[in-house]
Design a protein around this ligand. Structure first.
Ligand code: C5P
Length: 318
């Protein structure tokens, strides 16, 4: 294997087609049953060999911290500390460094796992750059330590996630789903939404399951019939706490739902994306540009972004 000085990895954002949540566990996390779909809205991380570890951000999120509070730096430190001794480079493990440049297209604090995608891309890029030779299972373990959504960013496609979202089972589907993601200029913190879920007394007993969605994904319908049926079973248990924290989010969802019910929008369904505040509208892949234009006019304060899924997980870009 020859030494490379710079590598780039690309990682997808996600939407939760279903997100069912149970009562809080003793470790502070909530048990989930969720269906993730990877979207063709992707962040890149370019890693160059350097003496120190450092990062910079381009595109969205240029004002985000670039220190240890950023998951990119935490991912790099975790790899270096745990697996640095495996490096195939002629460098002492403690001297491994990299300059990491993140190109962000996935909205920040938007419930689309942008920070998790950056961590996943960092793991894949540094595994290659530092010639660590980690297996898929080892990468997955690091990912799960970094955050609940990082393992899915690695895996991509369509998958069912259980436990806190890190236990994954791939699902196959050859159907394409079109989405208009409505990005809100004001982010919403994931822990705050889960706390509000608890405060509202939601989530007790068993986690509601995602069978309604997995049945449609595995079922015989195709094309627009499949997407319309999928639209009738989407479910996100974090919608109620997000609505409770943010009346603007509740109003936008209600308005879009009323338009869809009246058959005047040309979309199948609307739901909160992850923990919000991004709102996801399911539609025909051929209709996304015109739908995006209409939604942009209806809600000038939001930025519509067109996406389709499922797409592949984190990979190196040659
Ligand atoms: O795992 P991650 O760092 O993405 O989670 C951020 C926060 O979201 C957690 O600290 C927790 O408050 C909340 N969370 C949760 N249950 C989950 C996932 C996240 O309560 N399954």
């Amino acid at each position: 294997m020859s030494m490379v000085r710079s590598v780039r990895a690309s990682a997808p954002g996600k939407v939760n087609i279903a997100l069912r949540v149970g009562g809080v566990r003793s470790d502070g996390f909530h048990p989930l049953d969720t269906i993730f779909e990877a979207l063709d809205l992707r962040d890149d991380v370019e890693a160059r060999l350097a003496d120190e570890l450092s990062m910079s951000i381009r595109g969205l999120g240029e004002d985000l911290p670039v220190d240890e509070s950023n998951l990119v730096i935490r991912a790099a430190q975790l790899l270096k500390e745990r697996y640095g001794s495996r490096t195939g480079l002629d460098i002492a493990p403690e001297d491994l460094g990299a300059q990491l440049t993140v190109t962000k297209r996935i909205p920040v604090a938007g419930g689309m796992a942008g920070g998790s995608a950056d961590a996943a891309a960092t793991l894949v890029a540094l595994n290659e750059l530092w010639m660590l030779g980690l297996s898929g299972a080892e990468l997955h373990e690091c990912a799960a330590e970094l955050g609940s959504d990082v393992p899915f960013s690695l895996l991509g496609g369509l998958a069912r996630g259980t436990s806190r979202g890190e236990e994954l089972q791939s699902l196959s589907s050859n159907q394409t789903h079109g989405w208009v993601m409505l990005i809100n200029p004001h982010g919403l913190s994931t822990p705050a939404v889960f706390r509000e879920f608890d405060a509202l007394g939601l989530g007790h007993g068993q986690v509601p399951d995602t069978a309604a969605v997995t049945d449609v994904l595995a079922g015989p319908t195709t094309g627009s019939e499949h997407r319309a049926l999928l639209g009738s079973v989407l479910a996100n248990d974090l919608e109620e706490p997000a609505r409770s924290l943010r009346s603007d989010v509740a109003t936008i969802i209600d308005t879009i739902r009323a338009h869809i019910a009246a058959g005047v929008l040309g979309a199948h369904a609307v739901m909160l994306s992850g923990s919000g505040p991004t709102i996801a509208v399911l539609a025909e892949p051929t209709n996304l540009d015109s739908l995006s234009g209409r939604l942009g006019k209806l809600f000038p304060e939001l930025t519509p972004v067109v996406a389709t899924g499922p797409v592949r997980g984190t990979h190196l870009v040659r």
